[in-house]
Design a protein around this ligand. Structure first.
Ligand code: FES
Ligand code: FES
Length: 160
C-alpha cells in the first residue's frame, strides 16, 4: 500500500506518495527528476547511486524510501553553494577526474562524506573509504588526486 513520505531534498521539503519499499534512488530519479544519482548495479556494489542522508553516505539503490522519511537528502544537484561549486566538485574538474562521468556524482558525494569525517586523510584512508565506488573508465589515479586536492583546499580555507 502506498504511503506518504516527506523528505528534505537539497534543502527543499518534498512529499511523495509511493510504495515504501521502493528505492530512494528510484524516487529521486523518477518522482523528483533528480537524475544525478545513477543506477549502476542496483545491488549496493558500485556506488553510482551514492547520496548523503543526514550527512552520511548512503547507497540509494538499496535504501527503501521509507528509511528516508523525515531525513535530509543531498544529491549532486544540491552540493554547490549558489554559483560556487563545492571544493570536491571543483577539484574533480581541476584534476580532470571525470571521463564518461557516470561514477562521478557518487564518487563526489562519497568523497564529501570522507572529508567531513576525516578532513586530512592519507592516500590509504582515501582508497579504503572509496573502495565501494567503481569507475568503469579506470580513472582512479585522477580521482585520488582530486580528493587529495580537495582536502588541501578545504584545509587552506580553514586556516585563512
Ligand atoms: S547502483 Fe547502487 S551501488 Fe550500484
Ligand atoms: S568516469 Fe566513467 S565510470 Fe568513472
Amino acid at each position: 500500500m502506498d504511503t506518504t513520505i516527506t523528505l528534505t531534498v537539497n534543502g527543499k521539503e518534498r512529499t511523495v506518495v509511493t510504495d515504501p519499499e521502493r528505492s530512494l534512488l528510484d524516487v529521486l530519479r523518477e518522482e523528483l527528476h533528480l537524475t544525478g544519482a545513477k543506477y549502476g548495479c542496483g545491488e549496493g556494489r558500485c556506488g553510482a547511486c551514492t547520496v548523503l542522508m543526514d550527512g552520511r553516505r548512503t547507497l540509494s539503490c538499496v535504501t527503501p524510501v521509507a528509511r528516508a522519511d523525515k531525513k535530509k537528502i543531498t544529491t549532486i544537484e544540491g552540493l554547490a553553494d549558489g554559483g560556487s561549486l563545492h571544493p570536491v566538485q571543483q577539484a574533480f574538474l581541476d584534476e580532470g577526474a571525470i571521463q564518461c562521468g557516470y561514477c562521478t556524482p557518487g564518487m563526489i558525494l562519497n568523497a564529501v562524506a570522507l572529508l567531513k569525517n576525516n578532513p586530512q586523510p592519507t592516500d590509504e584512508q582515501i582508497a579504503e573509504w572509496m573502495n565501494g565506488n567503481l569507475c568503469r573508465c579506470n580513472g582512479y589515479t585522477k580521482i585520488l588526486s582530486a580528493i587529495r586536492h580537495a582536502a588541501a583546499q578545504i584545509a587552506e580555507v580553514r586556516i585563512s
